[in-house]
Design a protein. Structure first.
Length: 231
């Protein structure tokens, strides 16, 4: 059985997941860009090699117009549903966004249909979520598992104001997952990263008995006191 195992020693974000998958060779940047072009949105994908504390990895950047604004869940699901993406990709991405909307709804006390996706509803996060579904299918894995998740600490500025880390929606999405912190004052797990785990991960724990075929490292935006990479 082929499994995809995520080592979240520095958390997870959408772009870190894409970077790790590209770095591992699950999919090429051109192929990923081609699939995302089926959304008919103004999205450009770029990838480059970076170094984080002596470890090389791939940094994926999603380039979108500055005018990208907030959206409701129904709008996002319509964009995905109207695309020419395969049905299983649409279903995976739609489920991740639905989980995200329900988490935001609960922590902010508003109905799901009235949740405004701010950072999360921007085009870059649509690309992250759909891209994650594309990459997962391209890997050929039959299941995705994860290590315990390093969530970071401190506070983060959001459209809702200053929130504790992990952000409330992130914590809601990671219910049941083994979490820890190492004293790093940064948001290591974004809501998008947490939603990807919630939608794709079938179990958490130490690395199982496996024969490793491929490895990849996806780099986060910040250069922290420890390697900011998803393996």
């Amino acid at each position: 059985m082929k499994i995809l195992y995520l080592d979240c020693f520095s958390g997870i974000s959408g772009d870190m997941f894409l970077g790790a998958m590209v770095d591992m060779g699950a999919i090429g940047v051109d192929a990923l860009s081609g699939e995302l072009s089926k959304l008919a949105l103004d999205i450009t994908i770029r990838a480059g090699r970076v170094n984080r504390h002596g470890l090389a990895g791939t940094k994926v950047d999603v380039i979108v117009p500055d005018t990208a604004g907030e959206r409701h869940l129904a709008e996002i699901l319509k964009v995905i549903g109207d695309s020419s993406l395969p049905g299983d990709i649409k279903a995976l991405a739609g489920d991740v966004f639905d989980r995200l909307a329900r988490a935001e709804s609960k922590v902010h006390g508003v109905p799901v249909e009235k949740v405004h996706f701010h950072e999360v509803g921007a085009l870059d996060t649509i690309a992250d979520v759909v891209g994650a579904a594309v990459c997962y299918r391209a890997s050929g894995a039959e299941a995705l598992c994860s290590s315990p998740v390093n969530v970071g600490g401190g506070f983060v500025k959001t459209s809702h104001g200053v929130l504790p880390v992990p952000a409330p929606a992130t914590l809601e999405l990671l219910k049941g997952a083994p979490l820890y912190a190492t004293g790093i004052e940064a948001e290591l797990v974004t809501p998008t990263g947490a939603a990807i785990l919630a939608g794709l991960c079938s179990g958490y724990g130490p690395m199982p008995h496996v024969c490793v075929e491929k490895t990849g490292y996806g780099a986060g935006e910040k250069d922290l006191e420890a390697p900011n990479l998803l393996r």
